[in-house]
Design a binder for this molecule. Structure first.
Ligand code: HEC
Ligand code: HEC
Ligand code: HEC
Ligand code: HEC
Length: 438
């Protein structure tokens, strides 16, 4: 087995930068000679189906990535390569998104889903929705589960190490022992580990001779231009472990190609490259799933909002119509004043502004919401403050002989609470009061 000599060949892997000045992602360059086996690996989706409202980031759409994967795999399959589509981890977000995401994955043709330790928290909902796709949870040496891709001349076995303890000798000894059980002639071993470059360099010597491909979770592709002199050297040192980073953005897919050497049956050539979805059209079926998710989410948000409104409206507030039932004349007079229009006269965009509504809406002051904007605003109990307590207001006038007389309005103090210098510089009780008195 140790006879496997890997010829390491790094294609230029472009750094993915968020800055808008970042160079445009390279076009996919399909090799002239198709690989025997092609892994298309996504990662780090974090439950986002698309990035809404951010111009320029639309490439992060699941529907665009789906088009990229479909196009690439169709083309490669047509040319005779075995293609395997794999999720590399950190794909879940909130639990409600998981079923939609997995439906889309199924449609695109994902075969295997490697779970990061974070994804594992959603294991039960992933299990219920994985629909035949192979699940690869992070595991210990004792319960390593393999995912096998059978190519025409050789196969690859993929295992998920999760976040392995880098310095634990015992762990690595047991791991290598277990991995040996998967080793058969013409079989390459690939491992996913959620570790960074430095940790990868540390464990590579331990894996040498056993693991052929190590997929790690690092923000810099190990084979990046910046890193290449050191990487080439390091790769030679660890001879035989091809280290490549999982894609770090939702817009990119790792294309990992493996060729068997036609002259030397035990030698393989590997090439890793991040390819980008930008500029691609939405896959209509995946787009439909994404839209379904957002429609459902919208409905849920509306339901939540209704719930909030219900709680708010349960707080007692007596609208002017309530007082008007018994004090018709005062109510009608009030209707004719600007106080009854205090919400309507706010510009549309200010009708949600709490700094305005504290004076312009009694309902807002009492409930924290505004349910009606017509015939509302500065209302009866804004001035008749003794009746602000709903119980008192409801009681008064109910039982003749026990009627608590509402005390007179102290116009000297009541009006200036709102008619302050800033909002009502011309306020003068003598001229203002007659306009609202009834
Ligand atoms: C069920 C009928 C009813 C409702 C509803 C009602 N009132 Fe009255 N209100 C009365 C009666 C009856 C009196 C006593 C009038 C009287 O004795 O002549 C009264 C007295 C008053 C007075 C005192 C008048 C005075 O001369 O002392 C004010 C002010 C007043 N109500 C305001 C309100 C306000 C504000 C509301 C709404 C929060 C309200 N009322 C709701 C029936 C009602
Ligand atoms: C809770 C706050 C508040 C209180 C208390 C209040 N007002 Fe007002 N008042 C307003 C607001 C807000 C407006 C502007 C309404 C609009 O046009 O949107 C207003 C408008 C007016 C107007 C109309 C101004 C005009 O240009 O014609 C008069 C008159 C007035 N108030 C008189 C009074 C008097 C008198 C009192 C006391 C007895 C009083 N208000 C108490 C908030 C209040
Ligand atoms: C402290 C109480 C208070 C606050 C806070 C307040 N207002 Fe007013 N507003 C008044 C009063 C009182 C009047 C009536 C002034 C007058 O006519 O003398 C008024 C009148 C108005 C009018 C009608 C005046 C006109 O020129 O026709 C508008 C519009 C208005 N306010 C907008 C706002 C907006 C927008 C905010 C929030 C940024 C705001 N108000 C916050 C008390 C307030
Ligand atoms: C801007 C302040 C203001 C608002 C708003 C207001 N009132 Fe008054 N109300 C007064 C004042 C001032 C008086 C005169 C009482 C006094 O002399 O103190 C009065 C008197 C009354 C009286 C006694 C009337 C009488 O003839 O003795 C009633 C009843 C009354 N208001 C009901 C209402 C009702 C119902 C509403 C709401 C539809 C309302 N008021 C809104 C300021 C207000």
């Amino acid at each position: 087995m140790s006879a496997i000599a890997l010829v390491l060949l790094f294609a230029g892997v472009a750094l993915h930068l968020w800055r808008s000045s970042a160079p445009r992602p390279p076009k996919i360059e399909l090799p002239k000679e198709p690989p025997d086996l092609l892994f298309l690996v996504t990662a780090n989706r974090q439950g986002k189906l698309e990035v809404c409202g951010c111009p320029g980031k639309r490439a992060e759409d699941l529907a665009k990535v789906a088009t990229l994967i479909r196009d690439t795999s169709n083309e490669m399959q047509r040319r005779g390569a075995t293609v395997s589509i794999v999720e590399g981890g950190d794909f879940t977000g909130s639990p409600d998104v998981v079923p939609y995401l997995l439906r889309a994955y199924r449609l695109v043709g994902y075969q295997c889903i490697a779970l990061s330790p974070r994804d594992e928290k959603r294991l039960s909902i992933i299990r219920t929705n994985s629909d035949g796709m192979h699940l690869l949870p992070p595991s210990n040496p004792e319960n390593l589960q393999p995912f096998r891709v059978q190519g025409k001349t050789f196969s690859i076995v993929l295992v998920n190490l999760g976040q392995p303890p880098v310095k634990d000798d015992g762990y690595w000894n047991r791991l290598v022992q277990h991995l040996q059980t998967f080793k058969q002639p013409n079989t390459l071993l690939a491992a996913i580990a959620y570790i960074d470059r430095n940790a990868a360099m540390e464990i590579a010597p331990r894996l040498r001779g056993t693991v052929n491909i190590l997929l790690i979770d690092d923000s810099l592709p190990v084979a990046s231009g910046e890193f290449s002199p050191a990487a080439t050297k390091a790769s030679k040192e660890v001879s035989g472990v091809f280290i490549v980073s999982l894609p770090q953005s939702r817009a990119s897919v790792l294309s990992l190609m493996v060729w068997a050497n036609s002259e030397n049956r035990d030698s393989y050539r590997l090439e890793g490259q991040w390819i980008y979805a930008s500029g691609r059209s939405d896959n209509p079926q995946v787009k439909q799933i994404v839209d379904e998710y957002y429609t459902k989410r919208q409905k849920e948000l509306e339901r939540e909002m209704q719930q909030v409104m219900k709680i708010a409206t349960q707080r007692t507030y007596l609208p002017p119509e309530f007082c008007g039932k018994c004090h018709q004349a005062q109510y009608e007079q009030w209707l004719s004043t600007d106080h009854a229009k205090a919400i309507e006269s706010l510009a549309e965009q200010k009708r949600m502004d709490r700094s305005c509504l504290t004076c312009h809406s009694l309902e807002f002051r009492l409930r924290g919401v505004v349910t009606e904007r017509k015939k509302r605003g500065v209302e009866c109990v804004d001035c008749h403050v003794e009746l602000q307590d709903p119980t008192t207001a409801q009681m008064h006038g109910q039982r003749p002989g026990e009627r608590p007389s509402a005390r007179v309005v102290n116009a000297e103090t009541v009006c200036v609470r709102c008619h302050d210098k800033q909002n009502s510089p011309n306020f003068n009780l003598q001229t203002y009061l007659p306009k609202v008195a009834h």
